[in-house]
Design a protein around this ligand. Structure first.
Ligand SMILES: [Zn+2]
Length: 234
């Protein structure tokens, strides 16, 4: 069981670092972990260890913590000159204020018309639309293979999951999986579609996933290792 205490800002070698302190009955020692999505540090204390002792420990490990933070990938804004990957292909964002239209693809670039303040939203809208299209046809094709019907597909931006399946046969996906390689998007879709048959992670569930997505193990590993990097865009 884990109990969260208040987050605090620690000053480590003159830099402010947000730290979330939590108590855990299962922990056997003090531990530190960087949350790659938020840049916050989780400090876990076993029961019986005072918070002040944990904070001393964090101060001792200051240079290790700061090295981890510095190694995080830089955020990539949706702005002129940024490069965004779409299903394994890199696109350069080019702001074209003089052009008419909204967003269009041209020779490896993503062109965005209109005023500067709208560029970011327009790119994000285009990515969401692309995600919805690429996810939807695959989901229906996979569902057909398993003789199931999908009630609804929605595209969202959850913080910690790439997809979900409700017991009413509604699937939901993060639009950010369109930023991952194509095989990873296919795996996430296959995973949720397989839940239409098995609402669990049993051996039978994984064998269904492998039937419709033979390379799923590679993609699962990619998500585990690199999935957090999809949150640095936009
Ligand atoms: Zn699952």
């Amino acid at each position: 069981m884990t109990r969260k205490l208040r987050s605090e800002i620690l000053s480590l070698n003159g830099r402010d670092v947000p730290v979330r302190v939590q108590l855990s009955r299962r922990a056997s020692h003090i531990s530190l972990r960087l949350d790659e999505r938020t840049g916050e540090v989780d400090l876990t204390l076993p029961t019986g260890v005072a918070k002040s002792e944990g904070l001393d420990f964090a101060h001792e490990k200051a240079s290790w913590i700061l090295r981890q933070i510095d190694a995080l990938p830089e955020p990539v804004p949706f702005a002129d000159g940024s490069v965004v990957p779409v299903m394994g292909t890199d696109y350069l964002i080019r702001h074209r204020p003089e052009a008419r239209g909204a967003v269009w693809v041209e020779e490896g670039s993503l062109n965005v018309a209109g005023g500067e303040p709208h560029v970011s939203r327009r790119v994000q809208d285009w990515l969401k639309k692309t995600a919805k299209r690429e996810i939807t046809w695959r989901a229906h094709a996979y569902a057909h293979q398993l003789s199931r019907t999908i009630a609804r597909i929605s595209i969202r931006d959850p913080r910690s999951r790439w997809g979900s399946c409700s017991d009413e046969y509604a699937l939901s996906f993060s639009w950010r999986i369109v930023l991952a390689p194509k095989g990873v998007l296919e795996y996430v879709v296959a995973h949720e579609v397989a839940h239409l048959v098995e609402l669990n992670h049993s051996a039978r569930f994984w064998s269904l996933v492998r039937d419709i997505c033979p390379d799923c193990d590679v993609s699962k590993y990619w998500l585990k290792r690199d999935g957090a990097t999809l949150h640095r865009f936009g």
